[in-house]
Design a protein around this ligand. Sequence first.
Ligand code: LLP
Length: 398
Amino acid sequence: MCSTRIPCGGCAAEFRTEFGTRYPNSRVAYASKAFVNPAIARIVAEEGLGLDVVSGGELAVARAADVPPDTIYFHGNNKTPEELEFALDYGIGQIVVDSFHELEVLDAIAGERGVRQDIMLRLSPGIDAHTHEKTTTGILDSKFGFSIETGDAAKAIRQAMSAANLDLVGIHFHLGSPIFELEPYELGVEVVLNYLTQFKEEGLRLEIFSPGGGFAIGYVRSEPPPQIAEYAESITKYTSRLCEELGFGTPLLVVEPGRSIVGRAGVALYTVGGIKDIPTVRKYVSLDGGMGDNIRPAIYGSEYEAVLASRMSAPPAEVVTLAGKYCESGDVLVKDITMPVVEPGDIIAIPSSGAYAPSMASNYNLNGRPAIVMAKDGDARLIRRRETYADMMMADVF
Ligand code: LLP
């Protein structure tokens, strides 16, 4: 179990060990969408992880950080032709194809370049992972993946196997995020592997098998997630047993954690400004950030803990609501939390802010996005400076 809570290295090593010892032919591919910049991508490569990217932008960061292209998996339900060309030119390992249109466009682009491209197909197994409806992806009514239920998956597998310039080498599915249960993974592995047996005689090669990511982290004390070891135990046990029973050998098992690598490593720090007390109703404590640096409470109703970092030993005293500085009433980071008496100038820390908060940050109200500092063993390093007014006008044309 991770005890260090240091950026990246701790959880990355834990993932590598927990999966690697149970299933040696495995690869942990960090899901960049949780948060990536060149400094993070470099650590990912140094830690021996692969990388899951979903856009040309994430791929450009990977290239800037010299991430070996053969360890990159390119996801997304609507990769543009330009992004696919970029991926082919960079020589990336796997493109995870997500639509019939993409199969055709990619086949043509590979043909024009006179290359063969390894691909995987993303299947949708029709499994509900019981997470937020906006981040559920493995059910029938989803924009992602070829549905097993509708017959699209069979059609896509056959089309991919007969594509002139593509080599179908693996199958992927991803059920959603965050997933607090183990059963959906077990069911997913079972449903997908059983489904694939019918294509063996037609020549399907299952060199790579991926049940995606989605591993949960602790945001609030009342909702503890499974340990990484428990996810690893479930996934590797089901994959090994079924692959053996069904004659698939030992495909490379690729897992794609994002949140569970960087989530707990990130602590967001805010300075308290104005405080508004509405007697018998609510006390609002306004912070110098908010939905621009963490949109998750506003769009998913996500819950967080918070502590008074500037006076850690102050006793709990009152229930307050931590509001952001953006021009929306919905800009509340933590509703009704018991805190010590808070004063303007205090620093409030919100743990578990490392994943998706920085990567989904915006310039709403033209507030600059915050600086990001990496800290370990008493050393600190700036990996993204605070955005300036000039930064925010950089792409604008007068
Ligand atoms: N692989 C695929 C194909 C994915 O779509 C995702 C997440 C992951 C891996 C990584 O999932 P993770 O291990 O980080 O849970 N914005 C939402 C989360 C959206 C996740 C999208 N896909 C949030 O803030 O909770």
